[in-house]
Design a protein around this ligand. Structure first.
Ligand code: PMP
Length: 396
């Protein structure tokens, strides 16, 4: 019956995680997977979330299904967090709770594919690998726009803007509002202004994927391009994830928001989103949504959580500085200032696939073949060794 099924080679990043777990070297360091660990190298339970979890545990209620669109209080709190003072009126906004950011991308992609036949999405080159899988899986043709410039280790802004400015009306453009995964390279505010202006001029459909809100500059600044689209009345899709910024990976909490500038379209969009959810998994789970809703709806817990996000952001920034400074000392003829310009948990180091392999085989330091490291996996206990071993492979 199943003899024609080919084996699955495995996800490159998740497979590396298994190799790491089997590695018996005591001083091994995992910088491959996108998980935030604290200064002790532990995935934190945020104190705000711990308090919310304890409160919720005291109020066990029957486990009835959530509606297709998810928990009402959660959806409200998420919309408030995303849009703040720019929160569109309900007739302009459709929000559904999703299974993490991945679930939001999938529900959004399915919806677009159903109502815009033969869709194409333009994604940055490079991007998070699963963007390709999710959009292709939903029936999209996936095309790329220039993004990373290996020569400058920065943004190929002219290439990016030029390509976006050539796309046909209605084209779907996937954008990372902040903390680009995998490069850590983001457009500046001035560059975003130009990107949004071109999107408006050409009548494109932006699909923002926000997995790291608050990890670049602040919760407010990092979502600026999205809010600018609200101000200009540009329709968009927005997927957001709480996996990292609430450290709630396994709870699978996220949301998909669709902004509908034309009044009274949001009700139909919400209806079709519900139908998409119904056909996929019927309704989302409760617990993660309750945790996030509780934290965001309680002024004290919300303030505490904002401070926790800021603490994570600053810790990662500190690790970037330490890595760059120690690399500079070890390899003085090379410039590592590009590391300081990157935002968020990830960064491109400029290491080649062969250098990454040496790093893993000889020193037990795990990065991705593209040279991407998860800076959030560094701490005071391992950063010196990572810098030394990176310097060693860089010297050749
Ligand atoms: N988008 C981007 C850019 C990501 O980096 C990730 C997580 N690695 C996701 C979406 C998926 O988020 P989640 O784990 O919540 O599904």
């Amino acid at each position: 019956m199943f003899s024609h099924l080919p084996p699955y080679a495995g996800d490159p990043i998740l497979s590396l995680m298994e190799v790491f777990q089997r590695d018996e070297r005591a001083n091994k360091v995992n910088l491959s997977i996108g998980i935030y660990t604290d200064g002790r190298g532990i995935v934190p339970v945020l104190p705000s979330v711990r308090t919310a979890a304890a409160e919720i545990a005291k109020e066990v209620k029957p486990y009835v299904y959530l509606p297709m669109e998810g928990h009402g209080g959660y959806r409200q709190a998420v919309a408030q967090l995303l849009f703040g003072a720019d929160l569109p009126a309900p007739e302009h906004l459709a929000v559904v709770q999703t299974l993490g950011g991945s679930g939001a991308l999938k529900v959004g992609a399915d919806l677009i594919a159903r109502f815009f036949p033969q869709p194409t999405v333009w994604i940055p080159d490079p991007t998070w690998d699963n963007h390709i899988g999710i959009f292709e899986g939903a029936g999209f043709k996936v095309e790329r726009y220039p993004y990373y410039d290996a020569a400058t280790r920065g943004l190929d802004f002219n290439g990016m803007l030029g390509k976006i400015d050539s796309l046909p009306r209605g084209a779907v453009v996937l954008l990372h509002p902040c903390c680009h995964n995998p490069t850590g390279v983001d457009p500046t505010r001035e560059q975003w202004e130009q990107i949004v202006a071109v999107i408006e001029k050409r009548g494109l459909l932006p699909f923002f994927d926000l997995a790291y809100q608050g990890f670049a500059e602040s919760l407010e600044a990092d979502i600026w391009p999205v809010r600018e689209c609200v101000r200009r009345g540009i329709a968009f899709f927005l997927s957001n994830s709480f996996s990292k910024i609430f450290s709630l990976y396994s709870e699978r909490v996220g949301a998909l928001s669709v902004f509908c500038p034309q009044k009274d379209q949001a009700a139909n969009v919400l209806g079709q989103l519900k139908l998409t959810v119904r056909r996929n998994y019927s309704s989302p789970p409760m617990h993660g949504a309750l945790l996030v809703a509780r934290v965001l709806s309680d002024a004290t817990l919300a303030a505490q959580w904002r401070a926790e996000v800021e603490e994570m952001r600053l810790r990662v920034r500190d690790m970037r500085s330490k890595l760059a400074a120690q690399l500079k000392t070890a390899v003085p003829d090379q410039d590592f200032s590009f590391l300081l310009k990157q935002h968020g948990m990830f960064g491109y180091t400029g290491l080649s696939a062969a250098q990454v392999e040496r790093l893993r085989n000889e020193f037990g330091v795990y990065a991705i073949a593209t040279g991407r490291i998860c800076v959030a996996g560094l701490n005071d206990g391992n950063v010196a060794r990572v810098a030394e071993t990176m310097a060693e492979v860089l010297r050749g």
